[in-house]
Design a protein around this ligand. Structure first.
Ligand code: NAP
Length: 329
């Protein structure tokens, strides 16, 4: 069974590729840049060059493919807009998959997408879910919340470095999940009859607010966070201003997402039935505390080693110094 993964160089996509290869699937990855994707080839995946925004590149990539996993999304660092990649690109991919008669299409959406029609990415996810359901393809939609991997850059590193940690509005508790755990659900969906033409939430074991995560990071690092609060109204004004200029629409659309994470409304869902259908044990899912503990243990050990090396080098230098004897005399 050959599967095509789109977005395999991304945070979640790479874990999906790794897990699918480990599970014995023949994995093909549609990538924009071979150099950046070299690690996927080393793992045993086949690479094909393609771009969601170049529809002609999709048909050859789908040749002989049984299932598609779409883990792509517009990069904030790209000039391409969410509309171009996440809507036009995905419509082209679904149409190409239909023409190639693939057996299953797995789409990664966002939890509660239907509750935020004013947020462009949420509205696009909702519309893509509908478009896929009406395409005639056999599909599974997994609705995700947030990834634990993102917490390191957002809280872990700034707290360790004494940099400000930004908290916007009334922080929404989010049920973050380790992408390695999410990947297991994605790959299992490929072969699960009960997952055919259905949508499921796939989220972490409980929802955490920004303040709770900061407290855990402080405890694990022994450092106090410098919290900077950004009023939601200020962000809304900035967003409205940015909408005036076409060149800043992309930034404005991304800022709109703060409406989701600063609304105070939890991004969480019950998962008991999902664990049962997918045949996984919730006790094997990474908790946020254990994920952060593992990260801080690793980083604190590294910092101690670096500190030890520095002291050793200093001592060596001091021994060699001709002034040492002079001072001692
Ligand atoms: N991050 C979260 O917290 C979160 C939460 C809920 C749902 N999700 C969903 O989960 C999925 C994976 O998200 P992620 O955070 O892992 O994404 P990510 O790390 O930002 O990676 C995005 C991936 O999409 C690829 N891509 C971007 N534009 C493309 C194009 N024009 N053609 C082909 N590939 C393109 C990127 O390739 P390059 O390496 O070439 O840029 C990269 O592999 C997405 O559907 C996202 O909406 C994410």
């Amino acid at each position: 069974m050959t599967i095509l993964i789109v977005g395999a160089t991304g945070t979640l996509g790479r874990q999906v590729a790794r897990h699918a290869i480990d599970e014995g699937y023949k994995v093909r990855c549609l990538v924009r840049n071979f150099k950046k994707a070299a690690f996927l080839k080393e793992w045993g995946a086949e690479l094909v060059r393609g771009d969601l925004c170049v529809p002609d590149s999709l048909t050859p990539a789908l040749e002989g493919v049984t299932a598609v996993i779409d883990a792509a999304t517009a990069r904030p660092t790209d000039s391409l807009s969410i509309r171009k990649v996440d809507w036009e690109g995905k419509v082209a991919l679904i149409q190409a998959a239909k023409a190639a008669k693939v057996d299953r299409f797995i789409f990664l959406s966002i939890l509660n997408a239907d509750k935020y029609p004013e947020v462009p990415l949420m509205e696009i996810k909702r519309c893509t879910e509908l478009f896929l359901a009406e395409s005639g393809l056999d599909y599974t939609i997994l609705r995700l919340a947030g990834f634990m991997q993102g917490l390191i850059g957002q809280y872990g590193i700034p707290i360790l470095e004494g940099q400000p940690v930004w908290v916007t509005g009334e922080s929404s508790p989010i049920a973050y999940m380790n992408t390695q755990d999410t990947a297991k659900f994605v790959v299992r969906a490929l072969s699960l009859k009960e997952a055919e033409n259905k949508a499921f939430p796939v989220v972490g074991t409980r929802a955490w607010s920004a303040e709770e995560i900061i407290r855990i990071c402080e405890g694990l690092s022994g450092k106090e966070a410098k919290i900077t609060r950004m009023p939601i109204n200020l962000l809304r004004t900035v967003r409205r201003l940015l909408r005036f200029f076409q060149w800043s629409w992309n930034v404005s659309d991304r800022l709109a997402f703060t409406e989701v994470i600063a609304s105070g409304k939890p991004l969480d869902a019950p998962m008991e039935d999902v664990y049962e259908i997918f045949g996984f044990d919730v006790n094997e899912t990474t908790t946020l505390e254990s994920y952060l503990q593992e990260y801080f243990n690793r980083i604190m050990k590294k910092l101690k080693e670096l500190d030890y090396q520095k002291t050793k080098t200093k001592k060596k230098k001091a021994k060699k110094s001709p002034f040492k004897n002079v001072n001692n005399q």
